[in-house]
Design a protein around this ligand. Sequence first.
Ligand SMILES: NC(=O)c1ccc[n+]([C@@H]2O[C@H](COP(=O)([O-])OP(=O)(O)OC[C@H]3O[C@@H](n4cnc5c(N)ncnc54)[C@H](O)[C@@H]3O)[C@@H](O)[C@H]2O)c1
Length: 337
Amino acid sequence: MTNILLTGTAGFIGSNFVPYFLDKHPDYNLINLDLLTYAGNLENLKECEGNPRYKFIKGDICNRELVEFIFNEYNIQGVIHFAAESHVDNSIKNPGVFIQTNVNGTFTLVDVAQKYWMNKPFEYKKEYLNCRFHHISTDEVYGTLNETDLFTEDTPYAPNSPYSASKASSDMIIRAYNETFGLNTVITNCSNNYGPKQHDEKLIPTIIRKALNNEAIPIYGDGKNIRDWLYVLDHCIGIDLVYHTGKNSNTYNIGGRNERTNLQIVDTICSILDKKVPKEDKTSYKDLITFVEDRAGHDRRYAIDASKLENELGWKAQEDFDSGILKTIEWYIQNGK
Ligand SMILES: NC(=O)c1ccc[n+]([C@@H]2O[C@H](COP(=O)([O-])OP(=O)(O)OC[C@H]3O[C@@H](n4cnc5c(N)ncnc54)[C@H](O)[C@@H]3O)[C@@H](O)[C@H]2O)c1
C-alpha cells in the first residue's frame, strides 16, 4: 500500500477527488488534512467515512509540527495539495489569510516533504525514490486575457488579485523546490470548476440558490466577464493523470474549452430551472437577475489552451457545459441547496 497525503479535501474539488481516487486506486491509503475553515465541510466526505483506506485529520497545513508528525506517522509517499483560501472576493476583504495559507502553508508542506524524502539536494532516500509533490493551482496566475488569446503553460505570470498573487507565489515555491533540491514536482493550473459540493459563496451555487429562493440573482458589472468552465470530475481525472504520468518539473493547464460570459451562465441556469422547477406565477427566473457593482480589479477573460495535457497525456474533458450544468443543477436540487 502507498500512503498519500491530500490537503484541503473537505472543500469543493478535494471532496470530489477523494471518492474518485479511492475507487480508482485500491492500493492507496489517503490521509486527508483539512483545517475545516468556513469552506470545508465533512458532509462532503460522508461517502468515504468507514472506508479503511480513508483517514481524516483536522489541522492546519501551516502547522509544521503537525505536518512532520503526519509524514512520520503515516510514512507519506506522495502529496496532492488542494488546500487554499480560494475565494477572490474574500482575498480583497482579508488578504492576510491568503498569504498565510496559500504561501506559508504550501512552503511548510513542500519543505517537510523535501526533508522527509531526500538526504540532500538531488538525492532521494532510496525508499522514497520518485515520491512526488503535486500542487493544485489556478489559471488566475496568468492574469486577464484579451478577446482571442488563450493561456498556455508559457504565458507569463501576471496575477491581479491577492488570491491569484498568493497562488502564483505558491507555484514559484514549488518551482524552486524542483530547481534547487531536485524534488519531483508537478503543477496543474486549472480554469473555473463547477459541479456538486461547491461552496454557496461561488457563482453557480449562488445563482441556483437565489433563483430557487426567489431572491435577486446578483451579477457583477455588465455580466460580460468570461470564464472557461470545467466540470469538477474532469479536473479530478486530469489531476489523477498528471500525478501518475506527468513529467517531473512540468506544469499542465487544465481547461474545458467552454468559455461563457457570466450572463450566459445565468441565462442557461434560469432556462433549465424554468423547465425543471417552473415558478407558480409562470414568470422566468431570469426576471431575478440584478446587476451589482463590479468586483474590484475584476479580470475580464480567462481561457485555457489544454493542448499539452490533451496531446502529451491523452486527457480530454468528458463533459461540455450543457451536460455538466444539468448534472450540477440536479445535484443542488436533490441536495436541497
Ligand atoms: N474552484 C475552482 O474553480 C478552482 C479552479 C482552479 C484551481 N483551484 C484550486 O483548487 C484548490 C481547491 O479549490 P476549491 O475550490 O476546492 O477550494 P475550497 O475553498 O472549496 O476548499 C478549500 C479547502 O481547504 C481547506 N483549508 C483552507 N485553509 C487551510 C489550512 N490552512 N490548512 C488546511 N486546510 C485548509 C478548507 O477547509 C477547505 O476544505 C485550491 O488550491 C484552488 O486554488 C480551484
